[in-house]
Ligand binder design. Structure first.
Ligand SMILES: Nc1ncnc2c1ncn2[C@@H]1O[C@H](COP(=O)(O)OP(=O)(O)O)[C@@H](O)[C@H]1O
Ligand SMILES: [Mg+2]
Length: 257
């Protein structure tokens, strides 16, 4: 059974149906991508999974239990970790202390006794920002702040890792390293669920991809299947390569000098 099961979830905000009968799963050892145009309902899905948003209809199952009624902190305690689209670190604390605080919040006094600064620094090293350990969090570049978010999340030792646009602000080298880290985390048994706009990253690391459009899942499959899907091409490009119009070269002739 999948670690996470999103079962026919509907979220309505007044007249807006942000999520419409969405159903998908995320498995241990696997990276699942959730993609789609702006406003498609991706972040709302994440909010339902983490407990920030109550669904109008549908259920969330996690580790074989119905957690739909569980509050955010209870899900977090049971291994649901999440990074946010906006950055959440404490600006006046150092990078290292931000991770330390995250670890202590999650683990309580036992974590404080059981884990050393070495553990925190290992996490910083793992995400590639150990050089910034002593800098204030509000003084670091955006890409570094994103990686700090990830380190803070990993400090809680999540079984399900939800990442909302994690690569925004990362340069190409950082994105490549980030992709490798995700594959590593999945290899260790983590279920990674990622909302991401960088299609190269999504296509290279995801095992499965679900495409949301106007709150509905319009396609699910492997990267190769998603790339070839006509509905996905329409949602993203406004037309499909198999549509007649896509082969109409008259428009191009007009702009050719
Ligand atoms: N708290 C809210 N109140 C009202 N409408 C919302 C709220 N959150 C999101 N929406 C609307 O729901 C839709 C989906 O938004 P969102 O989940 O943020 O999309 P995405 O993350 O895919 O860009 C959008 O139309 C957005 O305006
Ligand atoms: Mg969003």
């Amino acid at each position: 059974m999948a670690l996470l099961e999103v079962d026919e979830v509907v979220v309505r905000f007044g007249g807006v149906t942000a999520v419409n009968e969405a159903a998908f799963t995320a498995d241990r050892g696997s990276i699942t991508g959730l993609i789609g145009p702006n406003g498609a309902g991706k972040t709302t899905c994440f909010n339902v999974i983490t407990g920030l948003q109550k669904p109008t209809k549908g259920r969330i199952r996690y580790r074989d239990r119905d957690v739909t009624g569980w509050p955010v902190h209870k899900r977090a305690r049971h291994g649901v970790g999440r990074t946010f689209q906006r950055l959440e670190a404490f600006g006046s604390l150092t990078v290292r202390d931000n991770v330390r605080v995250a670890q202590e919040i999650h683990g309580g006094p036992l974590a404080w006794f059981g884990r050393s600064r070495g553990g925190v620094d290992m996490l910083l090293d793992r995400v590639g920002i150990l050089d910034y350990a002593d800098e204030r969090a509000d003084s670091i570049p955006t890409g570094t702040a994103r990686l700090l978010e990830l380190a803070r999340c990993l400090a809680s030792d999540p079984q399900l890792l939800l990442l909302d646009e994690p690569s925004s602000g990362l340069d190409e080298t950082e994105t490549d390293a980030f992709g490798e880290l995700l594959v590593e985390l999945a290899g260790e048994g983590c279920a990674v669920l990622m909302v991401e706009h960088d299609m190269d990253l999504v296509m290279s690391v995801c095992n499965d991809i679900h495409v949301l459009d106007f709150g509905r899942i319009i396609a699910s499959g492997t990267p190769a299947e998603i790339r070839a899907d006509a509905d996905v091409q329409r949602a993203y490009l406004g037309y499909s390569e198999s549509d007649e119009s896509a082969h109409d070269t008259s428009v191009m002739e007009v702009v050719t000098p």
